[in-house]
Design a protein around this ligand. Sequence first.
Ligand SMILES: Nc1ncnc2c1ncn2[C@@H]1O[C@H](COP(=O)(O)OP(=O)(O)OP(=O)(O)O)[C@@H](O)[C@H]1O
Length: 288
Amino acid sequence: MTKSVPSSVDSISYKEHESHVEIVNLSKVFPISRPSLFNKKTENYVALEGVNLDIKKNTFVSLIGPSGCGKSTLLNLLAGLDDFTSGEIFIEGKPLVGPGPDRGIIFQNYALMPWLTAAGNIEYALETACPELSTSQRREKARYFLNMVGLERSMNKFPKQISGGMKQRVAIARALSINPSMLLMDEPFGALDALTRSYLQEEVLKIWEKNRVTALLITHSIEEALLMSDKIVLMSSGPSANIADIIDVPLPRPRIRNIIEKDSLFIDIKLQLEDHLLRETRAVEESS
Ligand SMILES: Nc1ncnc2c1ncn2[C@@H]1O[C@H](COP(=O)(O)OP(=O)(O)OP(=O)(O)O)[C@@H](O)[C@H]1O
């Protein structure tokens, strides 16, 4: 199979850096059943149409767009949690075949098993992703990653015994424990209060700056995207959503929130992103 280089994105830097993810002409259609009085009608909703995107290895990319445009749909396709309708996805040059331990996923609602402790949740993930590890090795790894997110002392607590921020730290530790080459994050800080949110953003940023795995973050926060990303991918409104633009964020790392927020580049890109989101949100309102 010959791989085509996505034409709209980065064709120059493509030669310089290796791709981690190549999305080629990707579409996703959801069949929607509409029950009527006499029969059930099925209609199609085209969520994504003809999406091309190239994500370089070890970069941090954020996905931003109006509500309902298809960000989670795209992330779920990359995670292998749903099938795409047409197009291709290559992960490290190979066609994507389904979920795999190479991709760690963090969701907004933590997705922890309530009947397992913090450590148990990580050990459970390791059991599937790294079956070669012994029980004590899994326990050691769980301890190591919980320590990394500052939760070693809560390792034997159940999800209902810890706060939302702590649950999300367990989810982060779990995603990192399987040693993924890519992190997929769907609004991971969305359910947290403002203080916990900024604290955890900085924690994830610090961990990422040490490990530099490829990262894809869905967020509604422009500031969050600017703080964390190398590139920000702007999606157009749906139906038939696509990539509207890709913005480089050449702010120096390590990034300190209070310092970069005053940078004129930060302010310029922020205005550009606000303008895009306002335009796309108006387009959604006018079409509904
Ligand atoms: N399983 C499904 N069946 C039918 N339609 C779906 C399904 N999943 C998503 N959609 C539709 O696809 C579109 C994109 O949804 P998606 O959740 O990906 O958007 P989003 O950009 O992540 O939204 P938000 O920012 O609000 O989280 C929406 O119109 C949604 O209603």
